[in-house]
Design a protein around this ligand. Structure first.
Ligand SMILES: O=c1ccn([C@@H]2O[C@H](COP(=O)(O)OP(=O)(O)O[C@H]3O[C@H](CO)[C@@H](O)[C@H](O)[C@H]3O)[C@@H](O)[C@H]2O)c(=O)[nH]1
Ligand SMILES: [Mn+2]
Length: 740
């Protein structure tokens, strides 16, 4: 070593508790092997002649669950946690910090309101980072004039907001979220801050009123239109699917009259982009938007680091850029890191997280685990990328970070108008024709989870990634607030992940030697989400139906084979409960999580499988259904009360309701037999105890569905058409099984 001792910018710690976990996992695996053995040996024996097919099905399901459980061990084997040293970063590099380009994506002003979007924009503009080194880009796939107007308003408000939040170290830096914390935690003690706060709150409220008004009437006020030339870009606008590239640089140091805040300090550059859309060109959803942003930003600011957030994911921690740079700029390991993923956290989850939206075990268990195997997935929002790797560069041992050379950039001379014109061309529909964009460069096209497939391809090129979960959450977004929204979102995800499995990037059969075994297994856990539906559906239908026929599918309580089953059930339940508590969840939250786990598997994943098969045969095409970020008033009240919101009738709800009603019938029938025993049906409880328990569990976990079907009168209940369909279907299955 040289004379100065190397002190890293970040530290990686292995999780404690592995010594306890590993023996437990091994013992559980032994029990699983016994279950497999039991299944095989009992199928070979001819004892269960009348349930042979059912037994074969159980064998398949148990093999699947055991195999899938093995895959999930990749997460739990060697989790790591990271810590950053921001002081060292600023001591060594404060003067040489790289430029950072921040991309915010929005696509629909109805379900992604302009106020929410600009709050996200303002929150990232106020990062504790040299303003002249930050550029914020808003990509608007709706090409909405109102959103542009809102951004224009935000660019003026930023002149007050950014200096205010930096002066008083405001947290979070999203104005709406900050004002909300003031309401709950009281005004600051510092009186000058209070004065300024009152003034800035007034400015904010006025701006909000103007934007809400414009939204209501669906039109930008005349005066604003006259004052800014940018609105003329909408003259040739036909519809959100048919318009020219619209690009406006709202704040930029090349326009000195309009680039400084009220204290005379430079503000981050701010750019509005609506890439060109034409009906004859497919737009590739968010991936298309990101690639346009990559090109446009390379022409305007060319930051070496790129942060990507969804329009609802505001920055909750002003230090995040510095945190991310601690990884990228570390002298020893920084060069091999392609991206730093922060967890997606949500501002609107309720205490017991009815829809399991906080994805707690992904954030707290899976990703630290993946981080120990080569790095987490890229999950779209809250991710810092190195421009090089995102644009398709392969990693090689010769690769070195180069944070210099920022001064001699080609766009130095061009005027703002020239920059705008050149950049528009980069966002045109035809630009990508016959290029590698969407294939080898930028985000990958053709997959509903463009983020995951892109991250995977980056890792396959030899790069590492890092997961960083700071004590103060870095980003907060909005989770879906109804059951159908949750199910649709998971359908998109599981469908996308399954497509990755079948693609040329498949972690299963094309990942060997390109990514580590642990990472291969980890990716497969997600890629196999959708196929999970088969075994889960089997388990939630067949054992209950076979109760009616008195055919046992599990060992009797007195048999030694009962032990491995009991061990796996009790062991896994206890472990998952402990893990959930350890991650900060509640008991009810765990129960809710279990329910949503079941619902996703029996509906979202099933439809994801069906759609993927249809897509393979060229019958359908995957789409990107954007998650709504607004909730109606009475629905949102029910959400606060953690009452399940079912809403309009849909095939997914019909399936869930049918399964619930079917299990209810089976369970009632077993109860009836217990009270009035049939001559032949004695001892169901001894010989079929696990089956009865499983059926009872399914009834218990489905309580919200029975309420939604039979007891509730509000608008969030299950529609009566679903009730009718599910009862008819369940009854048909019940009758044909009881009397066949
Ligand atoms: O054509 C489109 C569709 C969506 N978006 C934007 O993409 C983001 C994510 O959409 P959302 O409906 O909120 O999806 P989520 O399921 O919440 O998003 C997660 O999953 C997506 C992939 O399925 C990723 O793109 C996201 O970054 C990731 O946060 C939003 O900002 C949208 O405005 C676009 O810009 N263009
Ligand atoms: Mn979202």
């Amino acid at each position: 070593m040289g004379s100065i001792e190397y002190s890293p910018l970040f530290e990686t710690r292995r999780a404690r508790g592995r010594v306890l976990y590993r023996p437990f996992a091994i013992s559980l695996f032994v029990a699983i092997c016994f279950i497999w053995l039991y299944r095989f040996s009992h199928i070979i024996g001819t004892k269960y002649e009348n349930g042979k097919w059912a037994w074969l099905g159980m064998l398949a399901a148990d093999l699947w669950f055991g195999f899938y459980w093995l895959l999930t061990q990749a997460f739990r084997w060697n989790p790591v946690f990271r810590e950053t040293f921001k002081n060292r970063l600023s001591q060594r590099y404060e003067k040489k910090l790289p430029r950072v380009d921040i991309f915010v994506c929005t696509a629909d002003p109805e379900i992604e309101p302009a106020m929410m979007v600009i709050n996200t924009v303002l929150s990232v503009m106020a990062y504790d980072y040299p303003s002249e080194k930050m550029s914020v880009y808003l990509s608007d796939d709706a090409g909405s004039e109102i959103t542009f107007y809102a951004l224009l308003e935000a660019s003026n408000f930023a002149k007050h907001w950014v200096p205010f939040s930096k002066r008083f170290r405001v947290e979070p830096t999203s104005p709406a979220a900050y004002f909300k914390t003031i309401v709950s935690s009281g005004y600051p003690i510092n009186s000058t801050q209070t004065q300024e706060l009152v003034a800035i709150k007034k400015l904010y409220d006025e701006m909000e009123k103007r934007i809400e008004n414009a939204t209501k009437v669906g039109e930008v006020p005349k005066e604003a239109r006259l004052k800014n030339k940018g609105f003329s870009e909408w003259d040739s606008y036909i519809s959100r699917r048919d318009h020219d590239s619209i690009l406006q640089i709202l704040l930029h140091r090349k326009n000195p009259n309009n680039s400084k805040d009220v204290d005379g300090c430079e503000l981050p550059a701010l750019i509005y982009l609506a890439r060109e859309k034409r009906p004859q060109y497919f737009h590739n959803f968010k991936a298309g938007a990101m690639n346009s942003l990559l090109r446009v930003s390379s022409n305007i600011s060319n930051g070496k680091i790129i942060l990507n957030v969804d329009c609802d994911m505001y920055s909750n921690n002003p230090q995040s850029v510095r945190d991310a740079l601690c990884f990228f700029m570390d002298e020893e390991q920084g060069h091999e890191i392609a991206y730093v993923q922060f967890p997606q956290n949500f501002e609107n989850v309720t205490k017991n997280d009815l829809y399991g939206s906080s994805l707690i075990s992904i954030a707290e268990v899976d990703f630290p685990g993946l981080d120990g195997c080569g790095g987490p997935l890229y999950i779209g929002s809250g991710c810092f990328h190195k421009r090089d790797s995102l644009c398709g560069m392969k990693f090689s041992d010769q690769y070195r970070n180069d944070w210099n050379g920022e001064e001699d950039d080609h766009f130095k001379e061009a005027s703002l108008e020239e920059l705008e014109e050149q950049s528009k061309a980069l966002a045109s529909c035809s630009y990508e024709e016959n290029t590698l964009w969407g294939k080898e460069m930028g985000l990958k096209y053709g997959c509903p989870v463009e983020d995951v497939i892109t991250g995977l391809s980056i890792q396959r090129q030899g790069w590492k990634s890092v997961y960083y979960n700071p004590p103060r959450k870095a980003f907060l977004g909005l989770a879906p607030t109804t059951l159908p929204q949750t199910l649709v979102q998971h359908k998109r995800w599981s469908e996308g992940d399954l497509q990755i499995l079948l693609s040329k990037y498949s972690p299963a059969w094309h990942g060997f030697r390109r990514i580590s075994l642990g990472l291969q297994m980890g990716y497969c856990v997600y890629c196999l989400w959708a196929p999970n539906c088969l075994a889960t559906l089997y388990y939630s239908i067949m054992p209950s139906l076979y109760l009616l026929r008195g055919v046992p599918l599990f060992p009797e309580i007195s048999s030694p084979w009962f032990i491995p089953f009991a061990y796996v059930i009790i062991g896994e339940t206890t472990y998952s409960l402990l893990e959930f508590f350890f991650c900060g969840g509640t008991f009810k939250g765990w129960w809710n999580d279990l329910r949503i786990w079941l619902y996703k598997r029996t509906s979202s994943y099933l439809f994801a499988c069906i759609d993927t098969i249809l897509k393979l045969f060229g019958i359908s095409n995957s789409t990107f259904v954007i998650t709504a970020k607004v909730t109606e008033e009475d629905a949102s009240k029910r959400y606060e009360k953690e009452m399940m919101e079912f809403g309009a009738s849909s095939p997914m709800l019909t399936i869930l309701a049918t399964l619930a009603v079917l299990n209810l019938f089976c369970f009632l029938s077993v109860l009836k037999d217990a009270v009035f025993p049939r001559e032949s049906g004695v001892g169901v409880y001894e010989s079929m105890v696990l089956q009865v328990l499983l059926c009872g569990f399914l009834v218990l976990i489905n309580l919200p569905i029975y309420q939604g079907l039979f007891l509730r009168r509000d608008n969030g209940r299950l529609p009566s058409s679903v009730a009718v369909k599910s009862i008819v279907l369940a009854l048909a299955a019940f009758i044909s099984f009881s009397f066949a």
